[in-house]
Design a protein around this ligand. Structure first.
Ligand code: GTP
Ligand code: MG
Length: 189
């Protein structure tokens, strides 16, 4: 698959004109370290676009990337990183909650990323339930599927489906590119 034209626009922490310029937004949300930034890099085919880290808590603002001049990918900070101070955790949750739930801004789609090896955690299911109240279409991305043994994959995906309900699920690996075509079709097709 070809590279997508993608560029970093800015990091935001609250209301900003970029959110109101009429460009459709797609939000990438998930626990800290599940690979949100890596998924954006693999999807666009641009390795260094979004900063990633082996340590949780890399992304602390909502980073806006413009793709092919027609859509914004919104790389959100992760939630649930235990080592953050309580103040930092609260600040990040407030930002996520403001953008996705309380503000009048409505992304066209939410890409809800979970760790496919671990499956949805209690935290994930709580956030998912809150997001469902907004009515925004949600696609579940089970990332890191390269860490699941192929023989276990169907069982794993069945468990994830049973936990998350009716949303479409895409098995994904930012590492191998598994699912990239499906995600691109789902978002841009
Ligand atoms: P925060 O910004 O801290 O919330 O993290 P994030 O969700 O953006 O995660 P990030 O993309 O920084 O990736 C976290 C770690 O997971 C890095 O060490 C990545 O290399 C690794 N990782 C991401 N996706 C995959 C994947 O599909 N497979 C494997 N094996 N590792 C992955
Ligand atoms: Mg990140």
């Amino acid at each position: 698959m070809k590279k997508l034209d993608a560029r970093f626009i800015k990091g935001i922490v609250g209301p900003d004109p970029v959110l109101e310029d009429g460009t459709p937004q797609i939000a990438f949300i998930g626990r800290s370290n599940v690979g949100k930034s890596s998924v954006i890099n693999s999807l666009t085919g641009q390795k260094g676009l979004a900063r990633t880290s082996q340590f949780p808590g890399r992304t602390r603002e909502i980073n806006v990337f413009r793709i092919e001049d027609r859509v914004y990918l919104m790389d959100l900070p992760g939630y649930g990183y235990a080592k953050y101070s309580q103040e930092m955790r609260r600040r990040l949750l407030r930002l996520i909650d403001w953008y996705l739930i309380r503000s009048p801004i409505r992304p066209r789609r939410i890409v809800f990323i979970i760790d496919g090896e671990i499956g949805p955690t209690a935290d994930d299911l709580e956030v998912l339930e809150a997001l469902e109240t907004t009515g925004t279409p949600i696609v579940i991305l089970a990332n890191k599927m390269d860490k699941v043994k192929p023989s276990r994959t169907p069982v794993r995906l069945g468990e994830i489906a049973a936990a998350v309900g009716a949303h479409p699920i895409i098995p994904y690996s930012a590492e191998t590119g598994l699912g990239r075509k499906e995600l691109a079709a789902e978002l841009f097709g």
